[in-house]
Ligand binder design. Structure first.
Ligand code: C2E
Ligand code: CA
Ligand code: CA
Ligand code: CA
Length: 279
């Protein structure tokens, strides 16, 4: 083996220590975050593209930590996945999201859908299906009001277990969507063998729909393909009015993005719900 220079070692070691220290500190904070009640859900409206009326909300996780401030999911979900902490955290998200939708029904009289993101580690946990079904039944939500958002990457593993879990959830009446559609380099064949209800077109395609003819063609093609397979389509990352005209014209069922609303804390979301028209 090659002899490692002393100076190189001395140069790299402190950096690595710093990184792992930060990681360990975040991990230990994350271990306590559930009992300290530091997690919160924000809700982003999903609207009917034609009317602009609210039909559902996506639950988006936030971690409000006294020393780190508001931590966004991209910063802590990878570590939660690695450590397995995503399993109890994900269970909390499911319970909290179902409960919120039931509360909105009580306070506004409206039955709206609730979408929850599921990460691969959570999905592969043997208790996953019962965790989902428990959250639904203990809150009193209708099964078809819950939609689980699953990324293409997770579906790609193509295992018998994946197919079986999706089938169980579908049989129970829970809705299933493909999140970040178009980013997974995947064969499309899974769409015909798995019981999905919805495709969410990734925001990277939606964002340039007015600037790049290729993106417009892709979005149009995805909408047509989804419809011919009996799936509904949600466009993510809608930020400008011009995009809403395009999406309407192309028959995209639902839309979500900053143009309509940013993700909102529960109370602000309830206000939004009360002041917008019902379908
Ligand atoms: P995602 O599922 O693709 O969620 C959409 C993300 O796009 C959200 O970021 C949302 O705030 C953002 N967004 C919404 N509208 C717009 C827009 O018009 N323009 C742009 N540029 N962005 C928009 P957020 O909340 O930071 O979440 C990031 C990712 O973290 C999510 O991506 C999802 O993969 C993951 N995540 C969030 N909550 C959970 C959770 O409870 N469990 C799991 N496993 N993952 C979660
Ligand atoms: Ca999502
Ligand atoms: Ca289904
Ligand atoms: Ca997405």
């Amino acid at each position: 083996a090659k002899h490692k220079g002393k100076s190189a070692y001395a140069h790299f070691a402190p950096e690595m220590t710093e990184v792992s220290h930060e990681r360990l500190q975040m991990e230990s904070r994350m271990r306590r975050a559930l009992e300290l009640n530091e997690f919160e859900l924000n809700f982003q409206p999903i609207v009917d593209t034609d009317s602009g009326n609210l039909v559902a909300a996506e639950a988006l996780l936030r971690w409000n930590n006294p020393s780190m401030g508001m931590v966004m999911p991209d910063r802590f979900i990878p570590l939660a996945e690695e450590t397995g902490l995503i399993i109890p955290i994900g269970e909390w998200v499911l319970q909290e999201a179902c409960r919120a939708a039931v509360t909105w029904k009580e306070t506004t009289g409206r039955d709206i859908g609730i979408s929850v993101n599921v990460s691969p580690r959570q999905f592969r946990d043997p208790g996953f299906t019962s965790t989902v079904l428990n959250a639904v039944s203990s809150s009193g939500l209708n099964h078809n009001q819950l939609e689980l958002e699953i990324t293409e990457r997770l579906i790609l593993d193509n295992s018998i277990e994946t197919a079986e879990i999706l089938r169980q959830l579908d049989d129970a009446g829970v809705r299933l969507s493909v999140d970040d559609f178009g980013t997974g380099y995947s064969a499309l064949s899974y769409l015909k063998s798995y019981p999905f209800d919805t495709l969410k077109i990734d925001k990277s395609f939606v964002q340039d729909v007015m600037k790049e003819a290729e993106d417009a063609s892709l979005v149009r093609a995805i909408i047509n393909m989804a419809h011919s397979l009996g799936l509904s389509v949600i466009a993510e990352g809608v930020e400008e009015e011009a995009q809403t005209h395009f999406l309407k014209q192309e028959g995209c069922d639902y839309s979500q993005g900053y143009f309509y609303s940013r993700p909102l804390p529960t109370e602000d979301f309830e206000t939004w719900l009360k002041t917008t028209q019902r379908l």
